[in-house]
Design a protein around this ligand. Structure first.
Ligand SMILES: [Fe+2]
Length: 212
């Protein structure tokens, strides 16, 4: 939760400052129809204060790429460096929404800082196909016995990692005067010199034969 508090405190610092919101306004680069989207200055990300957060993201990524299907394309052993390309806060209010979009980088993530208490009530009132404030990921085509979407009702502290190409969007909510606040980020995994797609195949085969 310390990570959530730090990100939220720093997000407030940016969102409440007219100068910082303007200087680091990230909205022109994003799809969101939301009140404010402000980028954490890259100079902040390299500070001592942010170090535990950067390390935590590194650990998450390591876990993510250690299991199938991600480890069939890249394994932690092949990653030389992890770069946070960008990180920004999304301040969403009643009526705001995020149209379906994809991200830059290779691996992206979202962390939830604030969820309006009123959303639970709204959700219960939507008696069929509730969507209030949910994030939804879409991939492929609906087919018999095969899903094509995953929808989540996020809670404070939830963190999702997903490939940058995975389409997703965020539904609006109606509760007034309450903020849904999240942080998104894009990561670039730089391979060690000499690593090729063939290495991933080798890894997959090794694991396959180990199981036999
Ligand atoms: Fe997004």
């Amino acid at each position: 939760m310390e990570l959530i508090h730090l990100l939220d405190k720093k997000a407030s610092q940016m969102l409440e400052s007219e100068q910082l919101s303007k200087e680091f306004n990230h909205a022109p680069n994003l799809a969101g129809n939301v009140k404010k989207e402000v980028r954490y200055p890259s100079s902040w990300l390299s500070t001592k204060e942010f170090k535990p957060m950067v390390e935590f993201i590194g650990e998450m990524v390591k876990a993510y790429i250690s299991i199938p299907p991600a480890n069939e394309t890249i394994s932690p052993a092949f990653v030389g460096k992890l770069v946070i390309q960008s990180m920004w806060t999304v301040s969403q209010w009643a009526g705001d929404f995020n149209p379906f979009h994809v991200h830059e980088g290779q691996l992206s993530g979202v962390i939830y800082l604030r969820i309006p208490p009123g959303l639970k009530n709204e959700y219960e009132k939507e008696d069929h196909y509730p969507t209030v404030g949910d994030i939804v990921f879409f991939h492929g085509q609906a087919a018999t016995f095969s899903g094509h979407k995953m929808q989540y009702t996020p809670e404070v502290g939830d963190i999702f990692l997903f490939p940058n190409w995975l389409s997703h969007g965020v539904y609006p909510f109606r509760t007034k005067e309450q903020e849904r606040r999240s942080v998104s980020f894009n990561l670039e995994l730089i391979k060690k010199p000499g690593v090729t797609a063939g290495n991933a195949e080798t890894l997959r085969n090794k694991e396959f034969y180990k199981k036999k």
